[in-house]
Design a protein around this ligand. Structure first.
Ligand code: F6P
Length: 320
């Protein structure tokens, strides 16, 4: 039988397993045999693949991480690597590959398609940083995990009349920080997409709120802004408020995917297999206007993200 392969690449995200499950189940129902590739593109280079069946993906829809493991593969990124992976695919009778990951993984999918193996990308990253898609698998779970953690930080910050500076992930993208900042009532939200000034965007806002009786504060910092420890030290020095820094880190990547991530991952996985069945390649499955559709990968990679400035303005006017 003709085979399709599925792999996860780049940082893991909650919901990747749900996407794998959807690819395996719909692939098998459409008459393909489905190969699971371990550790991203590395598995294609080493032939580290195994045949999956309907039961290989039982009980994984609610599990975090990725049962296929993941990696960033420098070897694959070179032209010889892509050629080698294409040869492995043809030896294994693989007629299509579903790649679950971020932009870096989609560039690999484009290159492998050009080398003769049709590939379909599915956006899986907690960063929500894929310009072509309104949503990436893992974002909702990561946001909710961050909110949960920061609610705990708030309890202790409030008890001590402290300021807490909290850094969330997102690489160069401020979406996580913005959403989580609004949801936790952060008095300042620093994101790479917006210019900010230490005095006006942090100190002045704290001072103003202090005048109305506020005594504990959360400052949200996006990873793409960074400098969280320095920001905390400076706040303490300039305001006299005891300040602590927390970098949430990888807790945001793990855990059981929530409903939205399970559902979107299921829809996207199914859609990806439908495209391969039609003989299409070099497509990325995205959410647009709330619907699951697909775009040409090259076009998708050239799209520019837009930051939700309207929500940012809401945060500035109500977190006071
Ligand atoms: O892309 C997901 C992400 O968690 C980013 O938010 C972060 O910049 C990066 O991966 C961290 O990578 P690593 O797991 O290699 O430390």
């Amino acid at each position: 039988a003709k085979s399709i392969a599925v792999l996860t690449s780049g940082g893991d995200a909650p919901g990747m397993n749900a996407a794998i499950r959807a690819v395996v189940r719909s692939g098998i129902s459409k008459g393909f045999s489905v190969l699971g590739v371990r550790r991203g593109y590395n598995g294609l280079l080493n032939g580290d693949v195994y045949e999956m069946n309907l039961r290989s993906v039982s009980d994984i829809i609610g599990r975090g991480g990725t049962i296929l493991y993941t990696a960033r593969s420098p070897e694959f990124n070179a032209p010889e690597g892509v050629k080698k992976a294409a040869e492995v695919c043809s030896r294994l009778n693989v007629v299509g590959v579903v790649v679950i990951g971020g932009d870096g993984s989609f560039r690999g999918a484009r290159d492998l398609t050009n080398a003769g193996v049709p590939c379909i990308g599915i956006p899986g990253t907690i960063d929500n940083d894929i310009a072509s898609s309104e949503y990436t698998i893992g974002f909702d779970t990561a946001m909710n995990t961050a909110v949960d953690m920061i609610d705990r930080i708030r309890d202790t910050a409030e008890s001590h009349d402290r300021c807490s500076v909290v850094e969330v992930m997102g690489r160069h993208c401020g979406d996580l920080a913005l959403q989580v900042g609004v949801a936790t009532g952060a008095i300042s939200i620093l994101v790479p997409e917006m210019p900010w000034d230490f005095q006006t965007d942090i100190i002045d806002r704290i001072r103003l709120a202090q005048k109305t009786g506020k005594r504990h504060f959360i400052i949200m910092v996006a990873e793409g802004v960074g400098g969280t420890n320095e920001i905390a030290n400076r706040i303490q020095k300039e305001t006299g408020i005891e300040t602590r820094a927390t970098i949430l880190g990888h807790v945001q990547r793990g855990g059981s995917p929530n409903l939205r991530d399970r559902v979107v991952a299921s829809e996207m996985g199914y859609h990806a297999v439908t495209l391969l069945e039609e003989g299409q390649g070099n497509r990325v499955v995205v959410v647009r206007g709330g619907k699951v559709v697909d775009f040409d990968i090259t076009e998708a990679l050239n799209m520019k993200r837009t930051f939700n400035k309207a929500l940012y303005d809401v945060a500035l006017s109500i977190s006071i």
